[in-house]
Design a binder for this molecule. Sequence first.
Ligand code: NAG
Ligand code: NAG
Ligand code: NAG
Ligand code: NAG
Ligand code: NAG
Length: 544
Amino acid sequence: MGSLVFHMGWCYVVSLFCFSFIFMYAAEDVKAANVSVDNTVFIDGKIPIGKTDSDFICATMDWWPPEKCDYGTCSWDHSSMLNLDLNNIVFLNAIKAFSRLKIRLGGTLQDKVIYQTEDHLQPCIPFAKNSSELFGFTRGCLPLSRWDELNSFSNKSGALIVFGLNALNGRSIQSDNSAVGAWNSTNAASLIRYTVKNGYNIYGWELGNELSGNGVGVRVAADQYASDTIVLHDLIQDIYKGFDVKPKIIAPGGFYEPNWFKRYIDKTGGSINVVTHHIYNLGPGVDEHLIEKILDPSYLDGEADVFRGLQNILKSSATSAVAWVGESGGAYNSGRNHVTNAFVFSFWYLDQLGMASAFDTKTYCRQTLIGGNYGLLNTTTFVPNPDYYSALLWHRLMGTHVLSTNFPGTKKIRAYAHCAKQSQGITLLLINLDGNNTVEAKVDFDGTLVHRHKHRHHRHRSKVIKMPQANEARGKREEYHLTAMDGNIQSQTMLLNGKALTLDSSGAIPPLEPITVTSSEPVRVAPFSIVFVHVPYVALPACK
Ligand SMILES: *[C@@H]1O[C@H](CO)[C@@H](O)[C@H](O)[C@H]1NC(C)=O
Ligand SMILES: *[C@@H]1O[C@H](CO)[C@@H](O)[C@H](O)[C@H]1NC(C)=O
Ligand SMILES: *[C@@H]1O[C@H](CO)[C@@H](O)[C@H](O)[C@H]1NC(C)=O
Ligand SMILES: *[C@@H]1O[C@H](CO)[C@@H](O)[C@H](O)[C@H]1NC(C)=O
Ligand SMILES: *[C@@H]1O[C@H](CO)[C@@H](O)[C@H](O)[C@H]1NC(C)=O
């Protein structure tokens, strides 16, 4: 959380008071009365603390064949980019609703894929399960006919495609799991040439998957990876000669490791546009305590170190590259059924989107759009899971400018705010991780947080700049309250303002309608709920 970075000292003092306040209330019978903890959200409207892409939301499609199984269950079915039904109308509607959704095509098996191009004339043989092979499968192949279909789909749906290239091509894998030697770019170059020749738009070419640091399976040294990235950069400059807008060079798509990333970023110089890292901070999908972790504010805060570390490296080096989360599914090995595809996962997901933005992450790719137990869409029916709607609301409501936001009242409320998207004012996101307490939040736009931070040793609470009362009183705001069906946070059905979000018989994505609330009312955040609040009547300097 941005607030933790900027106002730690102040926060601590206030929290002590607030926790004791809550404790007094909690000691009473919570079921009898709707306990309301009256609190204030402080938003610093002076300058944005981060700027995201306007197409911040991204989701992945993977290579896993139906034979991919974890802990005895096989959760991928026909959701691979190689075999998914691209003509499914729900799938098309779900992507079109974003206009435009970024889709990252990649994953573990990408570093074992050969492209069926003109200069690779061997038969195009699919992946086959073999436990003695790296990642449990033999080499696979992308038929050009399928590449045509994927590109035609991207054109039809308006998706922005990031394609992950095989970065192990040409290297030899040693017994200590290091992959040595230079990247052989021949096969990748011919796929890229074919792509350009056919007029297909690719938003970015990404090099490799999870080979950074210690790697997952195998690793490539930072210096080698940097020179391979420069090779990719030169290749793109050459193949896209004469194009005004060239695809982005993206890498390394692996887990953040400070020394490896620092060295890699320093060595790539100006050859890289986007540095991608992956997040699976909840541990393996088999873990029975995932929900406890998701509901634990300190656990969620743990990931801030990674965002901060990468942001500091980018700021302190000469590069103009920006950070993306290139793949994040929360729980690795395909997630966990009834958790990573249920309402409760929106607590984790929206918190991640908020935290990533506050550390200036430009794009966040969710593992997955479809496939495994963590899809935004159900693997077999394509019906949206709760996180799909959370992502869509984020996309529609949260603008590019990120505001420092602080809710000292209780750590069980996660608070994030951005300037509004394509409209006046701001959008506030409040997540209530508490299953018993309703919080009634007031909003204050506080322009003096920096001042307060500098002088925190004096323990002064400096003046809070309130919005003019008359102006506020005239205003109305729009609220989107998200809750789980029947109060069951493991439900796969989400309610928006009390109404279940479902597809109609033609497979159309439902409209996402707010309720209107008078500005003098506090924002009521029900137990285990998420609220987006669009406040149109404020004009903050940060949003100019
Ligand atoms: C699996 O891979 C190993 C190592 O590459 C090979 O020796 C073996 O024949 C393969 N097994 C099958 C069933 O193809
Ligand atoms: C789809 O392809 C057509 C023809 O090449 C092109 O004019 C159009 O801009 C493309 N649309 C998108 C969304 O890429
Ligand atoms: C790179 O791979 C191509 C096949 O795609 C092969 O013909 C070529 O010999 C390889 N180059 C090197 C240096 O190994
Ligand atoms: C997909 O939806 C079906 C029908 O509602 C449900 O039975 C199944 O559990 C869902 N699959 C997953 C992986 O969530
Ligand atoms: C609500 O509070 C009671 C009493 O402290 C506790 O037993 C229960 O688990 C809480 N429920 C939720 C959903 O947090």
